[in-house]
Design a protein around this ligand. Structure first.
Ligand code: PMP
Ligand code: GLN
Length: 387
């Protein structure tokens, strides 16, 4: 890990440097490389939604929003969950609008984790979970996902969950591997969690990006987990607007009450005009979300076709906008070195997986983001075919 900033001798996060997303985006910019690293689309949010933001700015909706979120947006979120997943959500007491999924993850962890508690994570794990839990004083128990399909290894998970476990963090669809959990996974997780006092934090920011006719299954659909889980979502992924930093958390009323105690001192509330605009847009276009899976599935397939002649072996992608590629036929360099060289010699940025794992993976994998225009994918693939 690159330690690009000076740190205190008694830093609270001694092992943490600058995130791999920032590092790779900076290197890509310096080298003029095509950036398929950090996950963000290179196309714009819906024009109507941008227009609505402008309207709400002009209409003077520019002061603090209510702490839990604009009621109209919380309503729209509950309708979305009802329409897509058949979920009943108590609008006033179960939804909190946050500054992206990142804030929701941090607030949920800090709402329930005390010093000395154990937090179980599945590796590779999104980079914010570990530091957020460590700042709450947690001991991390990191359980590798099963190779080669990145499903959950229930034997190892069962061995990691015990009386000191406070929280299990799960991510579906999964960044960086693209794996997707099924309803039966939630049942098996409930079997392990129910006898303990633990809770589940489910990161579902890629809820709409599930391919090949499969459906996203939220932790909220599991009756045994519904009262002991937090589910986290992000509008950045839904509306091609990762820079707006707006998301939300759904949890049972007692958990939401604790969540809001943290949220109100972390950010208090989130951009008012953007909340108004998203609320209007969700009401106007309730089916917008349904178009995302076919759209991204065709990006995935296009990228895979373009790379068919390359020496990179692509892994199956069930969800998210990320493609894992095995570069074992090209080189046996460690993944960070390979990514550095890919930028330097081939002009394409990817994300290595080792920063998401406590133990090295048994494969040489890097992650490409395919949330890109055809032209971007075509230019990048031309370069990748020479690797
Ligand atoms: N969780 C995962 C798995 C993510 O990939 C991301 C961001 N790409 C987040 C959380 C954070 O979401 P946001 O950008 O809305 O903070
Ligand atoms: N979540 C994005 C990704 O996985 C990056 C977010 C960030 O840069 N912090 O690429």
């Amino acid at each position: 890990r690159r330690q690009s900033m000076m740190s205190l001798p008694d830093s609270k996060l001694p092992g943490v440097g600058t995130t791999i997303f920032t590092v790779m985006s900076q290197l890509a910019a310096e080298a003029g490389a095509i950036n398929l690293g950090q996950g963000f689309p290179d196309f714009q949010p819906p024009a109507r939604l941008c227009g609505l933001i402008a309207e709400h700015l002009a209409a003077g909706h520019n002061q603090y929003a209510p702490m839990p979120g604009l009621p109209a947006l919380c309503e729209a979120i509950a309708s979305h969950a009802q329409r897509r997943y058949g979920l009943s959500i108590d609008v006033a007491n179960e939804v909190t609008v946050t500054a992206g999924g990142t804030e929701a993850l941090f607030a949920a962890i800090h709402a329930v984790v005390r010093p000395g508690d154990e937090v179980v994570m599945l590796d590779p794990a999104y980079d914010s979970y570990g530091p957020a839990a460590e700042l709450a004083g947690a001991r991390l128990r990191r359980v590798p996902l099963r190779m080669p399909d990145f499903g959950i290894d229930y034997e190892r998970l069962a061995a990691a969950i015990g009386p000191r476990t406070r929280l299990l963090i799960v991510n579906t669809p999964h960044n960086p591997t693209g794996a997707v959990l099924a309803a039966s996974d939630w049942e098996r997780i409930a079997d392990l969690i129910e006898p303990t006092g633990a809770m589940v934090l489910s990161d579902e920011v890629y809820e709409c990006l599930v391919f090949d006719g499969r459906r996203h299954t939220s932790v909220l659909s599991n009756e045994r987990l519904r009262g002991r889980c937090f589910a986290v979502f992000s509008f950045g992924k839904v509306y091609n607007a990762t820079g707006w930093k707006i998301g939300y958390c759904v949890a049972a009323p007692v958990l939401t009450a604790e969540f809001r105690k943290v949220h109100q001192f972390l950010t208090f509330s989130v951009s008012t005009p953007v909340q108004h605009a998203i609320a209007d847009f969700m009401r106007e276009e309730p089916a917008f979300h349904d178009g995302l899976a076919p759209f991204y599935q065709s990006r995935r397939d296009h990228f895979a076709t373009l790379l068919r002649e390359s020496r990179l072996a692509l892994r199956p992608v069930a969800g998210t906008y990320f493609q894992l590629a095995d570069y074992g036929a090209v080189s046996d360099e460690p993944d960070i070195e390979f990514c550095m060289r890919l930028i330097r010699e081939h002009g394409v940025a990817a994300i290595p997986l080792s920063p998401f794992c406590a133990e090295p993976l048994q494969a040489r994998l890097v992650r490409f983001c395919f949330a890109k225009e055809d032209g971007t994918l075509e230019r990048a693939s031309e370069r990748l075919r020479n690797v």
